[in-house]
Ligand binder design. Structure first.
Ligand code: AMP
Length: 571
């Protein structure tokens, strides 16, 4: 039977969102009630003495704030196959592996139908607002998405990254169709066993359907930049495949080859056209609109640890709008980008009050004692740590993200993502976050513009093997650059950490001179390969911005590839 696909009713979706956010406080109460009613019989909640109460006050009084570590024993029993209701009323049958690049190893979180539904809800909501500003026709999307392997846990549950669990769900495809956003690549490419091969085929499909492509997307925008950097390397091979209608022998998986064979026909005109366009570009500036004449925008998460890739993305995208995708995690979704006109640096996310119950720990006060506040009690201008209570078995779960409230959409707050909560760089009284590191790298890389050199990626490490300890910043750069410039970059990095603890420690040499280590080209690709080898998906990959000593393998990759190192003389 051919399924009739209805397009989404954008006006209705927006209307629903508006009325729900106007009533955010009540919707939150109702949502908590629903979560607790559906899962009240779960062992975890039974032990906390709620006795059927579902109001926020009782909930907060009985249920403790937890981290992933606290829930680990419960989740482990689920993973091992216990079928009793442990965290949720209905048994969990699927597990998500969060990308885990922040902690050095993937962690398990429950995934269920409710989480799938909230994922689609957030996709639909931001689509409605996006499409009102930037209408798309019924074409295709070049979606740079990849699915990692789904495996079975010891207890027989399906396990994969959250994006894998979403992409493999049949509802994902239907929703993409209803959003006129079908991926131009066949499933065999998305679910291909090797992401290098999938990436090549995504690019090839993009070329084949170039006139129909309406937008380019990925979960995290790193994948888009990564794809077009790869395009710079393989464009001639892509053109050759299109010319002859024969796929390069580099693609070895039979399922991928036969799916691609159905699409690939000899097309010398197209090959000539792409060849000519590529030769006509200056340092690949404007590559995307040249390749895809009908693209309306680029879409993917561009905030937080993705911000450093914006410069390169703009270079490829020329004047195409860059729209940041929504805010969420493997644990659950939080907010939608309903202001697609805003540049990614200013993007905010409006919390959907019915996809979970949200609390926020104020960070202004003494952190350990600060009491979490409810969704409608947050204050504009203040920073908070996000706490999630989800439909998938997480109760008062500290997500570890820091957000800032920038305003309200009706009664629901608009959040700006600030950084991960974990302090990354700290030796004694200094405290520097991922954001501080990003700002320091930005400042130092600006010194390079005259040299036409580019920081391709970066990370950091606290080296306590020296006395005193010192910060190490790893850079992968492109282009030849003079020693003096890198020495100045190193000093600039050191000076750019302006937190009082750092500056005063540096002055008295309680922290040693910052060290800039330049690594070989391809080092960050090796790190990516390492994580993918561990089961992470390229779709969810985030470069670890700080590598601790416990993450020995990644630290070794970085240290083994150092070509030059500089010590700051700034203090
Ligand atoms: P994962 O563990 O792969 O599910 O990644 C979830 C984490 O990615 C979140 O906790 C955030 O730290 C980050 N993240 C997700 N969405 C966004 C966003 N829109 N902006 C910035 N960071 C995000």
């Amino acid at each position: 039977m051919i399924e009739k696909m209805e397009l989404l009713d954008v006006d209705k979706l927006i209307e629903e969102f508006e009325s729900m956010t106007k009533d955010a406080g009540n919707v939150q109460r109702e949502t908590l009630k629903k979560i607790l009613e559906e899962n009240g019989c779960a062992e975890y909640l039974q032990n906390l003495g709620l006795n059927g109460r579902t109001d926020p006050e009782s909930f907060k009084a009985c249920v403790p704030l937890v981290t992933h570590n606290d829930l680990q024993p419960y989740i482990q029993r689920i993973v091992d196959g216990s079928s009793s209701p442990i965290l949720t009323g209905k048994p969990i049958t699927t597990i998500s592996l969060s990308s885990g690049t922040t902690q050095g190893k993937p962690k398990f979180v429950p995934f269920n139908d409710e989480l799938m539904e909230t994922t689609l809800q957030i996709y639909r909501t931001s689509y409605a607002f996006r499409t009102r500003e930037f209408p798309i026709e019924n074409g295709k999307a070049l979606q740079l998405i990849y699915s990692s392997k789904q495996s079975k846990t010891k207890g027989g549950l399906i396990a994969g990254t959250a994006t894998t669990n979403v992409f493999r769900n049949s509802q994902f495809k239907n929703t993409m169709k209803a959003m006129q956003s079908q991926c131009c690549s066949p499933d065999e490419v998305i679910f291909g066993p090797d992401f290098h091969q999938s990436l090549y085929c995504h690019l090839l499909c993009g070329m084949i359907f170039r006139e129909e492509i309406q937008f380019i997307s990925s979960t995290f925008s790193h994948s888009i930049v990564h794809a077009f950097r790869t395009f710079e390397q393989v464009w001639e091979e892509l053109c050759a495949d299109i010319r002859e209608g024969v796929l390069t022998s580099r693609i070895t998986f039979p399922s991928v080859r036969s799916a691609m064979a159905k699409l690939l026909k000899p097309n010398p005109e197209l090959a000539d056209l792409i060849h000519k366009k590529c030769l006509g570009l200056n340092n690949w500036y404007g590559l995307i609109p040249e390749l895809f004449p009908n693209v309306k925008y680029i879409y993917g998460i561009m905030t937080g640890s993705m911000e450093p890739y914006l410069k390169k993305l703009r270079h490829y995208a020329r004047d195409l709008p860059l729209i940041s995708a929504d805010y969420g995690s493997s644990e659950g979704w939080i907010g939608a980008n309903v202001n697609p006109n805003v540049p990614p640096e200013l993007a905010t996310y409006v919390v959907l009050p019915d996809i979970g119950y949200f609390e926020f720990i104020p960070l202004k006060e003494n952190v350990e004692e600060a009491k979490p506040v409810g969704l409608t009690e947050v204050k504009v201008g203040e920073e908070y740590e996000v706490i999630i209570t989800s439909f998938a078995g997480l109760y008062r779960y500290r997500l570890g993200d820091v957000v800032k409230v920038t305003g309200f959409h009706n009664l629901s707050p608009e959040l700006k993502f600030i950084c991960r909560r974990n302090l990354m760089l700290t030796i004694n009284i200094d405290k520097n976050t991922e954001k501080d590191l990003q700002l320091a790298v930005e400042a130092a890389s600006k010194l390079n513009t005259e040299e036409k050199l580019e920081v391709l990626d970066f990370s950091s490490h606290v080296d306590l093997s020296t006395n005193p300890g010192h910060y190490v910043i790893f850079w992968e750069i492109s282009g030849e650059v003079r020693e003096e410039v890198l020495e100045e970059c190193c000093n600039c990095l050191d000076r750019s950490f302006v937190d009082a603890g750092y500056v005063s420690s540096r002055k008295i040499n309680a922290i040693g001179p910052l060290e800039l280590r330049v690594v070989q080209r391809g080092t960050f690709q090796k790190i990516l390969n390492h994580y993918v080898g561990l089961g992470a998906a390229l779709s969810q990959f985030k470069t670890p911005r700080c590598v601790g000593s416990t993450n020995n393998e990644v630290l070794q990759i970085l240290c083994n590839n150092v070509v030059k190192s500089y010590f700051s003389t700034a203090f």
